[in-house]
Design a protein around this ligand. Structure first.
Ligand code: GLA
Length: 393
């Protein structure tokens, strides 16, 4: 039997977070805020190279019930290890674990000029974004709290305000959780638009909504959580980022956004060349995808997704047997294209499929994992996609 991870309505999610909040703290929260998980359609491992990516918000969200305290202290609750502390206790590596993503956001928001005393919080979390599945559960957590604090302290939450919040969330992730990620996940969680993918240009931080109505074309995106655990704080992600920065330095350009394939032979080193070839090629594939979407040739995007997977698997070497098995099985079952999505080394894949064939493709991905002795994957439907960070109660 294939297992589906279904989203909850905002009302249900708000009720779950409120119930936990009331049980933990004995009072009602000031409100509940939510932010979505994401899949990246294409543009992988390029955000830290000033590249282009095209993420989409999932209908699965993380909700945070929050009450402002006004004393700079924090009490953070979820189903995991609770954390109590103050802004002064937060710094590189502290707290560890899930609480880093919330405490780190409060810590980073100091840079907006608010005094610590303005935003102590009690917070309780409820979520349908699977953790460690490469679907940005951490960015969803950060962005929901960032918006909560902004609303409670009167910070602007228009797109410019949200861009500032997104950079605080990235700082939390880089400087407190010590995961050296780029900014794509926070951009989509805070600045996405319903019914659209978001073109994120990491060279200047600008975003543009790209209409994406797969259903109108009889298509859908199947998300496959391979259940192979994925952790960005492990060394491999950081190592890839270093290689990309090193390649740019050797070529004498500020980032690989400024390189073309012809430049790469000057790198000499075969590993650096392959890493850089992925980045330069992937930015080209994002442009190609935009052209295909604009001209309504959505089915042709499938081949571009598959080419992205091959590059991530062979040149960038961030795939793994579970992701390759999911992609190969989806393609064999008739998917128009498939690729790993997110940081890799485990986590999730996406497959572009005809709407009527979702169950067949999911069934074959499941059977193939079983035949190879792999963990059974779980599946998510993108449906109409999700909504960016918002107040839900
Ligand atoms: C993770 C990071 C993002 C991005 C992707 C790979 O999701 O958080 O910043 O680098 O990996 O595209």
């Amino acid at each position: 039997m294939t297992g589906w991870i279904v989203p909850r309505s905002d009302t249900d999610l708000a009720a779950a977070a409120t119930t936990l909040f009331a049980a933990e703290f004995g009072v009602r929260p000031d409100g509940v805020w939510a932010a979505p998980g994401r899949v990246n359609l294409i543009g992988e491992h390029v955000d830290y190279a000033e590249g282009l990516s095209l993420p989409i918000a999932l209908p699965h969200s993380t909700a945070v019930a929050v009450r402002g305290r006004g004393d700079g202290r924090m009490r953070l609750r979820s189903g995991l290890e609770p954390w109590d502390g103050a802004v002064a206790d937060v710094g590189p590596g502290a707290p560890a674990g899930w609480a880093a993503y919330l405490a780190g956001v409060v810590w980073a928001l100091r840079r907006t000029g608010l005094p610590d005393s303005a935003f102590g919080v009690d917070a309780a979390v409820a979520s349908t974004v699977p953790i460690g599945a490469g679907l940005s559960s951490s960015a969803a957590l950060e962005c929901a709290l960032a918006l909560a604090v902004a609303d409670l302290s009167g910070l602007p939450a228009d797109d410019a305000g949200r861009a500032v919040l997104a950079s605080c969330c990235v700082a939390a992730e880089n400087e407190v959780a010590l995961a050296p990620t780029g900014g794509m996940d926070q951009a989509i969680a805070l600045r996405g638009q319903a019914g659209h993918a978001l073109l994120v240009d990491s060279a200047d931080g600008s975003v543009a909504a790209v209409p994406l109505d797969l259903a109108a074309h009889g298509l859908t995106l199947l998300v496959i959580d391979t259940r192979a655990p994925h952790r960005l704080v492990d060394g491999q992600y950081a190592q890839r980022r270093r290689s990309v920065e090193q390649a740019a330095a050797r070529l004498g350009v500020p980032s690989l956004r400024h390189a073309v394939v012809g430049d790469l032979r000057r790198l000499g080193d075969p590993v650096l060349t392959r890493r850089a070839r992925h980045v330069v090629g992937e930015i080209g594939r994002v442009r190609e995808t935009l052209r295909l979407l604009e001209s309504g040739r959505i089915r042709d995007v499938g081949a571009v997704l598959t080419a992205s997977h091959v590059s991530l698997r062979d040149d960038f070497e961030v795939s793994c047997p579970e992701l390759d098995s999911a992609v190969d099985a989806a393609l064999a079952a008739g998917a128009l294209g498939a690729r790993m999505t997110g940081g890799g080394f485990g986590g999730s894949a996406i497959a572009l499929v005809e709407e009527g064939e979702v169950d067949v493709v999911a069934g074959q991905v499941h059977s193939s994992a079983r035949a190879s002795g792999l963990e059974f994957p779980a599946f998510l439907r993108l449906g109409d996609g999700g909504r960016a960070a918002r107040r839900i109660a």
